[in-house]
Design a protein around this ligand. Structure first.
Ligand SMILES: NC(=O)c1ccc[n+]([C@@H]2O[C@H](COP(=O)([O-])OP(=O)(O)OC[C@H]3O[C@@H](n4cnc5c(N)ncnc54)[C@H](O)[C@@H]3O)[C@@H](O)[C@H]2O)c1
Length: 256
């Protein structure tokens, strides 16, 4: 359970849309916004995990989050899900583009189809989800978009070139959207997590030695948890950050 140490009054009742909100960091964000009293819709393909999240929060929060099953790499499904969030909760005024797929892949074996499919989940949805919700935000005269990038693209990691290219692209997209939408009172920022101990990371890649090596490089000597991304995201989404846009907030425990 996420402890709410800070309340952001403008998030109460806000229409929030989170991509990939059914598991990992996204599930922590769904819960974090719901505990602020926001009306949260989230898009995911992981049906069982998403339904379990909704069931677990039902009765615990003012507005039970709405799970929208859709494959974000299909733009028709993405647009349809964004429209459903608008219909259910009113125009989305907070968009969190969090979904991603960090499968490892090798440059020498990577096909052009693999590259395209990888970009279609790791970069393209952030652009087209923003496009889908922007008219409603423009009409409302305000809005906040938070895109998830990653410190991995800054670290010369060799085993996921399409993913790291997409994550660098998220930063460019964030700044481009901030320039385009800022005159309408819409702020666009990014969060760059370090290595976060989601279930997927723990099942696939975390080893005792690997985690120790990472923590050795952090100023803060603790493993980063999904819940640690909630405060930064709530802050950037809220009016507490009202003059902050086009920025990347690094949440990596102070990597050295
Ligand atoms: N976990 C980390 O260490 C870490 C580090 C740096 C950056 N990040 C970034 O943080 C964000 C969240 O990462 P995470 O580790 O929680 O990821 P995750 O893989 O654990 O969860 C991603 C969510 O997106 C959903 N998703 C994936 N493909 C989808 C699709 N085609 N359509 C709809 N939903 C889809 C998944 O079902 C899942 O619920 C990502 O943008 C990731 O790049 C994570």
């Amino acid at each position: 359970m996420i402890e709410q140490t800070t309340i952001f009054p403008d998030l109460k009742g806000a229409s929030v849309l989170i991509t990939g909100g059914g598991s990992g960091i996204g599930a922590a964000l769904t819960e974090g916004f719901a505990r602020q009293g926001a009306r949260v819709a989230f898009i995911d393909i992981a049906v069982a995990a998403s339904q379990a999240l909704v069931d677990g929060l039902a009765g615990q929060v003012d507005h039970t989050p709405l799970f929208l099953e859709a494959d974000l790499s299909d733009l028709g499904q993405l647009r349809n899900a964004c429209a459903k969030a608008d219909e259910a909760h009113g125009a989305v005024t907070v968009l969190v583009s969090n979904a991603a797929l960090d499968d490892r892949h090798d440059l020498l074996e990577m096909s052009d189809d693999y590259w395209d499919a990888n970009q279609a989940i790791n970069l393209r949805p952030a652009a087209f989800a923003a496009q889908a919700v922007a008219p409603g935000m423009i009409e409302a005269g305000h809005g906040a978009i938070v895109n998830f990038t990653s410190t991995s693209y800054m670290l010369n990691i060799g085993n996921m070139p399409s993913y790291t290219a997409a994550k660098a692209g998220i930063v460019g997209l964030t700044k481009g959207l901030a320039g385009r939408l800022g005159p309408h009172g819409i702020r666009v920022n990014a969060i760059a997590p370090g290595w976060v101990m989601t279930e997927r990371q723990k099942q696939l890649w975390v080893t005792e030695d690997g985690l120790k090596a990472m923590i050795d490089r952090q100023c803060l000597k603790e493993a980063i948890q999904p819940e640690d991304m909630v405060g930064p995201c709530l802050f950037l989404a809220s009016s507490a950050a009202r003059m902050i846009t086009a920025q990347v907030l690094i949440a990596d425990g102070g990597m050295m």
